[in-house]
Design a protein around this ligand. Sequence first.
Ligand SMILES: *Cc1c(COP(=O)(O)O)cnc(C)c1O
Length: 336
Amino acid sequence: MHLARFKRISLGHFPTPLERLDNLTSLLGGPEIWIKRDDCTGLATGGNKTRKLEFLVAEAIASGADTLVTQGATQSNHVRQTAAAARKVGMTCHALLERRVTNQGEQYEQAGNVLLDDMLKCEYHFCDEGLDMNAEGLKLAESLAEKGRKPYFIPGGGSNAIGALGYANAAQELVYQADAMGLRIDGLVHATGSAGTQAGLVAGFVALNAPIPVVGISVRAKREAQVTNVHKLACATHDLIGTRGDLDVNMIEAHDDYVGPGYGQPTDAMVDAISLLAAEEGIFLDPVYSGKGMAGMIGLIQKGHFEKDESIVFLHTGGSAGLFAYPHLFSKQRGA
Ligand SMILES: *Cc1c(COP(=O)(O)O)cnc(C)c1O
């Protein structure tokens, strides 16, 4: 795998740290738990979309674009990072925000990521739930082109094969770090949504011939649908990288037991996982993705999914800006 063959710009701080979670490891009594800090990518409070955008925005620049167009849920971390990337390269971001979560109180459409979108001069418009959001985003790009702009459309989550290169690169970065410290990784766990993160990781590990199982904790889709989405994108990324052979669907592992009532809807396990990581490790997760991902990892450990003497890595995909859209969830800790 030789990713310098692809266009890329620098948007973040890499490599991100790989740290041992001493307190969580001793609390759960094994396996040994490490954390890959992709919440520390640095772009406008960071997160996993930064890696994808390094490849996507390079394509946008090469195409002569002056505008990035994308879409996400109201509290999208992807839209926030895309808006920041746009400012950095002298573009404007136009975004559609889907009202996928409507029961979380007044702060939800103003605070957290939406506040940061405002500060990044993102031109966003709210949409009702249930539309084909990528199709709506393409329509928005067309209408901007008619007005003389030069838009570049980035799908939701930055999840196409070009974006997923960012996570093939992360797979390589992680293997180098682990090899340098003599760490054998027996599994990598993370929250999976639009599938680009997991697809890129799987394609990257295959290209590196480093058979590290990637465990996706779904935040939205049912298991079968998530496996299909990840597999499709992993195959496209595998082809783009130019790795030989087929990428078998059996390589894709996803769990849907931690979604709860739906995307962006709180669960007790998520609130407990976020509270635990803050109290034990001083690390902030988020209510939509990494909190459910961590709840999933803890649940799998408690079910005996990993051996006590194994070492696993939790990929922290970011999102803590979203905490401020859900202040009521954690107010009990103030004694309210
Ligand atoms: C987007 C996102 C994810 C999911 O990544 P996908 O590539 O969309 O599957 C996980 N965590 C956070 C914080 C995110 O913003």
